[in-house]
Design a protein around this ligand. Structure first.
Ligand SMILES: *[C@@H]1O[C@H](CO)[C@@H](O)[C@H](O)[C@H]1NC(C)=O
Length: 340
């Protein structure tokens, strides 16, 4: 919780906007909620200490305002030609999807995402990757059917997500591409129903917050900084387990939503899309492993003068709890299912 009254107010309206948007039963209300959410997030992004936030918030504002006005335009067009602002007959489902896809940063419209994320603080990165994409996705669920547009977007998202992170050294960029990838998977999960999506979203949010909190606490922005963290702190362990979990490796909890989504896709005869998604997720593990592996293998000497060292001596309880959830989660879940 922020300790500044303005920030508390803005966080409340941020969440309020999302709630308005997902609980409204007309497109006009949904649009209004998205707009309240945007107008609360922009001031939260800017900070006096960091000059990059100005650029990031400006870019974010322009893109989101563009998407909102397109959404407004399409909704009005639908209202004038068919019965009002209701969500019932989605005659325009293809076109109304596009501004929503832009807002959540799915693949052909993802170009703003990495450069905006690069300028943000870790907490704002976390908000951006998780709850900022929740409202557009729930609105998407009203329009979702298995159609060529959505399959293309999903495939492009997973390809961009896994290829884009390949040569990055910045942890923020890597997490952004991972977020684009998971957006693709979450859209696919949405086809299987809102329950599957909620499960995916919860697991994804937990894992991203584990990585983000750890990175913020230990001041890690680039992957070479992971190697020079203190041996005694559990930071390498935490990052290792949560990153592999984000990559969907079986003993970790990240595999659970992936597993169910794959099963759903097979049941719906989407094997081609599924093949693409599974193969790209294999390519992904390469760079997740590269991040973790080198930091375990490379021997490092501890310097006495590095001010970050002293700060990083204590281990954060949040990170440990989240990391153990990521490790034990799948085992616990499968045990609960097989016990009854
Ligand atoms: C994308 O998501 C899938 C499913 O969770 C995962 O297996 C894969 O490693 C992810 N790729 C990236 C870039 O995060």
């Amino acid at each position: 919780m922020p300790n500044n009254p303005t920030k508390i107010l803005l966080s409340m309206t941020l969440v309020g906007g999302i709630l308005i948007s997902i609980s409204s039963n007309s497109w006009l209300g949904a649009w209004m909620g998205l707009e309240i959410n945007l107008m609360s997030f922009i001031p939260l992004m800017t900070s006096q200490e960091n000059i990059f936030t100005t650029e990031a918030s400006l870019k974010y504002f322009v893109i989101q305002a563009l998407a909102s006005s397109v959404l407004m335009f399409l909704v009005m067009m639908k209202a004038l030609m068919y019965q009002g602002f209701t969500m019932s007959n989605n005659i325009y489902e293809y076109v109304i999807m596009t501004p929503l896809l832009t807002k959540m940063g799915a693949a052909p419209m993802h170009w703003w995402f990495p450069s905006v994320m690069e300028g943000l603080s870790w907490v704002n990165c976390l908000l951006m990757m998780t709850i900022q994409s929740a409202a557009p996705m729930i609105l998407m669920s009203y329009l979702m059917k298995i159609n060529p547009l959505i399959l293309t977007v999903v495939m492009l998202s997973v390809v961009v997500g896994s290829m884009g992170g390949m040569n990055q050294t910045s942890l923020r960029k890597i997490l952004t591409y991972s977020s684009i990838n998971h957006t693709g998977w979450m859209l696919m999960a949405l086809l299987g129903g809102i329950n599957l999506w909620v499960m995916y979203f919860a697991v994804y949010s937990m894992l991203t917050s584990a990585v983000t909190i750890t990175a913020k606490l230990f001041n890690i922005s680039f992957i070479n900084q992971m190697m020079s963290t203190n041996e005694k702190s559990a930071v390498k362990f935490v990052l290792f387990t949560t990153l592999l979990s984000l990559g969907g490796l079986p003993p970790f909890i990240g595999f659970l939503p992936k597993w169910i989504t794959i099963q759903m896709m097979i049941a719906n005869n989407l094997s081609l899309t599924m093949t693409v998604m599974v193969i790209t997720s294999l390519a992904t593990l390469y760079y997740y492993l590269r991040m973790c592996y080198s930091s375990f293998i490379i021997l490092h000497n501890e310097t006495k003068w590095n001010p970050l060292m002293h700060k990083a001596n204590k281990t954060s309880m949040h990170s440990i709890v989240l990391a153990s959830m990521s490790m034990m989660g799948l085992i616990v879940c499968t045990m609960i299912v097989s016990i009854n």
